[in-house]
Design a protein. Structure first.
Length: 118
């Protein structure tokens, strides 16, 4: 069963954190066709599709289908080729990983983890 509140929280967090990163990387790779509004739509639709798909297909096949869908969303909204859309996706993941490590190093991850103790 899909938890609607969890999906809404994931969309909000994704829009706050992922959309700006996706937009900046899209601007660097694709150019002016990458807009912040499009990045927000990519995140919203990507989270919804990923949640629905995750309820139906798990494992490696689910991961591969999800990756193709995210790249297709980037390709559609940023009006670019499959290869540039894949580059945008890969670079965005690397940038998000770096942001996550920096946040963990400054203790933000530890603060989030305290909620599990109560």
């Amino acid at each position: 069963m899909v938890n609607v509140v969890a999906v809404i929280v994931e969309i909000i967090v994704g829009v706050i954190i992922l959309a700006p990163v996706l937009w900046l990387v899209g601007r660097a790779v694709v150019g002016k066709t990458a807009s912040l509004v499009h990045a927000v739509w990519i995140v919203i639709l990507g989270v919804i599709i990923n949640t629905a798909l995750g309820a139906l297909i798990q494992g490696l096949l689910g991961l591969l289908i999800t990756l193709v869908i995210w790249i297709a969303l980037i390709r559609h909204f940023f009006k670019t080729s499959w290869s540039k859309a894949a580059i945008v996706g890969i670079v965005a993941i690397v940038v998000l990983a770096i942001i996550a490590v920096v946040l963990a190093l400054i203790g933000f991850g530890a603060i989030i983890g305290l909620g599990a103790l109560t």
